[in-house]
Write a protein that binds this ligand. Structure first.
Ligand code: MTE
Ligand code: MO
Length: 518
């Protein structure tokens, strides 16, 4: 009896699900028993490895298309590819069992390679995946056991057998997926660190930041000066949030230094901490995009730590590394000058949210996040740009990433709006230079000055508003900012890669005649 098409596909799925179920369950058990976080689950390892191999244009596309949901999109996409692959292998196995089994095993090799590619992975980490693949191969062979024995072409009255293949493979698929779930739960993913974060107390500082009310203009729909943690954009390469226990966290400073230094959490928290307002911006932000956020950060200036290590004169870069192996290359000068470059432990008065780098991240005013804002930071290598490069540089992004002056119209949205007095409002940024002026232009008219909100620091963005007496019809509003050095934002259009988008943001608005006038 040969399985039906559906039966063959389902057998492939059952093999795949059995592999994942066994591998994830074993991973969860191992993690629970050894209580070592971070035995990479094969599924997530493949996702992580995929992210690392992603070319710049694809990353750019993913962020542009899915924004902060890029990780969900990746996992869903991976799931679909895996489904199709397993179903295909099931069909192949029905025709040519050996070919199906070998292809399945090759898929397993990809999983093993992905697990091994994770930073800090050891040989034993691959055990769950290998066992899972073996189980999957056996499952596939078992469902196809008849194929080889019935070459004589004797059709058995196969209805029952066919149904039993469907039922068997279907149930095994469900059991496998339950195994994946159980594995994730068993691994206790995140419990310990969640508890540590709940217990974490953000240190008090001598001079707390107070945000003046005048930093906001309160126009409905306009960005708020401070971004609540829950609304703060998130960008990183981590498919699962790295779990870093503050109790075992250490930060090492080494490389071109006179004195290697290592500090732990107790020592970090004993340092005089400061608070600073800093607006972070992602280099992937398009003109008019929302990959920027402003918070009060609590931390210890990086320059104090670097001063202890005493960088050698030839050093010009600090390569910071996160717990998951991601790196950023930051000019040494920016970390040692007077600006508030911080080893931050607090975000808007709370411990850093796990997604934003708990327990410690870097925050550097004036530079895009990809060259400075290392979350879950554990290592600072004092080095040279000529010698080392951060994660994104070999992937097509510039080694240096100063933030370009930008301005954005938040309201009005597309419209239609009523004719008459209308408030146009938004935000502008030129971190560490400040925003001196914002101008708005209606259609091809003159540039007109917008009203600026207070600017508590040049390291954060600045709100602006403009009163517009809107005439009926189609109009285009355009905005541009002038930075603290008097430099007008360029109108030269550039995409995010390689060093940040530029160009003026404009918005088409349809204005309709007021009812009373019509
Ligand atoms: N460990 C780690 N840190 C990272 C990244 C990353 O991928 N991994 N991405 C950087 C980028 S590109 C940006 S824009 C900022 C975003 O910080 P946020 O997610 O807290 O907004 O984090 C930076 N720090
Ligand atoms: Mo970014």
């Amino acid at each position: 009896m040969r399985a039906t098409r559906a039966g063959a596909e389902l057998a492939g799925l059952a093999a795949g699900a059995a592999t994942l179920g066994v591998a994830e369950l074993l991973t969860g058990l191992l993690t629970r028993v050894t209580s070592v976080e971070g035995t990479p689950s094969p599924l997530l390892a493949v996702a992580d490895a995929f992210v690392d191999l992603t070319p710049a244009w694809l990353k750019d596309f993913a962020v542009a298309t899915f924004g902060t949901a890029d990780k969900t999109a990746l996992l869903v996409g991976m799931g679909l590819v895996l489904l199709a692959a397993c179903a295909g292998i099931g069909l192949l196995a029905r025709r040519l069992l050996a070919a199906g089994l070998v292809t399945f095993a090759l898929l397993g090799v990809v999983g093993v390679a992905a697990v091994l590619s994770r930073p800090g992975a050891t040989a034993t980490d691959v055990v769950p995946t290998v066992v899972g693949v073996v189980v999957g191969v056996l499952v596939l062979a078992w469902f196809n056991r008849d194929v080889t024995t019935t070459t004589a072409g004797v059709e058995t009255p196969g209805d029952l057998s066919r149904r039993s293949v469907l039922v068997g493979a279907g149930s095994l698929t469900v059991v496998g997926l339950l195994g994946v779930l159980a594995g994730r739960v068993l691994s206790g993913a995140g419990e310990a660190v969640r508890a540590a974060r709940d217990a974490f107390v953000v240190p008090r500082v001598a001079a707390p930041v107070t945000v003046p009310a005048a930093a906001d203009q309160g126009v409905p729909g306009q960005t708020t000066y401070r971004t609540p943690n829950d609304d703060f954009y998130r960008i990183d390469t981590a498919v699962t949030v790295p779990q870093v226990d503050p109790g075992t966290w250490r930060l090492r400073v080494h490389g071109l230094v006179e004195q290697e230094v290592e500090i732990d959490m107790a020592e970090l928290l004993a340092q005089p901490m400061v608070e600073a307002l800093v607006t972070l911006t992602c280099v992937s932000n398009y003109v008019g995009g929302d990959l920027a956020g402003n918070a009060v950060w609590t931390g210890w200036p990086v320059r104090e730590l670097l001063a202890r290590a005493r960088p050698l004169p030839e050093a010009d870069m600090v390569l910071s590394t996160s717990a998951d192996g991601w790196t950023a290359g930051t000019p040494l000068e920016v970390l040692t000058d007077e600006r508030n470059s911080l080893l931050a432990v607090g975000m808007n008065g709370e411990p850093l949210p796990e997604q934003h780098g708990f327990p410690v991240r870097m925050v550097v005013p004036g530079l895009y996040g990809y060259v400075s804002a290392t979350k879950w930071v554990v290592d600072l290598n004092v080095t040279r740009f000529a010698q080392d490069e951060g994660y994104w540089t070999p992937r097509g992004w510039s080694a240096r990433g100063p933030i370009k002056t930008a301005s954005r119209i938040d309201v009005p949205r597309r419209g239609p709006i009523d004719a008459g007095p209308t408030v146009v409002a938004g935000v502008a940024w030129a971190q560490h230079r400040g925003v001196r002026a914002v101008q708005v232009r209606v259609d091809d008219g003159e540039w007109q000055e917008a009203t600026l909100a207070a600017e508590p620091t040049v390291d954060s963005w600045r709100m602006w508003m403009f009163e517009w007496d809107a005439d009926p019809g189609e109009h285009t509003l355009t905005v541009r900012a002038t930075d603290g050095d008097g430099e007008i934002q360029t109108d030269r259009l550039a995409p995010p890669a390689p060093d940040g988008s530029s160009g003026w943001h404009s918005r088409d608005v349809e204005v309709r005649r007021r009812r009373s006038e019509s």
